[in-house]
Design a protein around this ligand. Structure first.
Ligand code: URA
Ligand code: SF4
Length: 201
């Protein structure tokens, strides 16, 4: 069994926070173990909790569509969330829940070692840019070593706020350039990057 599969099993029985009480399924994340791109969302919603898979509801359909616009398939990327169990009524994850769940995300990053980390929404942005405002920094890549961190609005927010949609679409269209840049970085630094566990700024 791969270490990632072992981690999924561990998450499946986790009771480290109160979100364990209302869940139907844990939603650890999915995608290739050697993915170069990792998307980090907020937390499972209704459909994700039913199916145990990330981004399978309306926000997921929109994310798939956005990926399609830049020639990526969902299967090409790794997709996960800040918390692995659904917050009741889709409320925001609380700081103690994010904290309790954090070691799982740390481990995923350690195992996958992505070169491009795309944060979707405020909660995953805060992991890397703790005091930033998403309306100010969305769409601005930050390179640290051989990893690029790229904050975007959450696709669900864009679905609810039509005025954010063009911003999300503009931001996703910048990803091919970031990937080209990463190819250059990779030629110079062929080793996959070490995970950045601490917030950066
Ligand atoms: N929104 C998220 O942040 N994550 C999901 O998995 C689904 C919707
Ligand atoms: Fe465990 Fe994370 Fe689920 Fe909380 S949200 S019970 S920490 S897996």
């Amino acid at each position: 069994m791969s270490e990632l599969t072992e981690l999924y099993k561990e998450i499946q029985v986790c009771q480290k926070c109160i979100l364990s009480q209302g869940r139907n399924h844990t939603v650890p994340g999915e995608g290739p173990e050697d993915a170069h791109i990792m998307f980090i969302g907020e937390g499972p919603g209704f459909h994700e909790d039913r199916q145990g898979r990330p981004f399978v509801g309306a926000a997921g359909n929109y994310l798939n569509e956005l990926l399609g616009r830049i020639g990526l398939k969902r299967e090409d990327v790794y997709i996960t969330n800040i918390v692995k169990c659904r917050p009741p009524g889709n409320r925001a994850p609380q700081p103690e829940e994010i904290q309790a769940c954090r070691p799982y995300l740390d481990k995923q990053i350690d195992l996958i070692r992505p070169r491009l980390v795309v944060t979707l929404g405020r909660f995953s942005m805060q992991r890397y840019f703790p005091n930033a405002s998403i309306s100010r920094i969305h769409g601005q890549p930050k390179r640290v070593g051989s990893v690029i961190y790229y904050p975007m609005f959450h696709p669900a927010a864009a679905l609810h706020q039509p005025r954010w949609r063009p911003l999300v679409e503009e931001d996703i269209l910048k990803i091919p350039d970031l990937l080209a840049k990463l190819e250059e970085i990779k030629e110079k630094e062929p080793e996959p990057p070490q995970a950045q566990q601490l917030s950066l700024f």
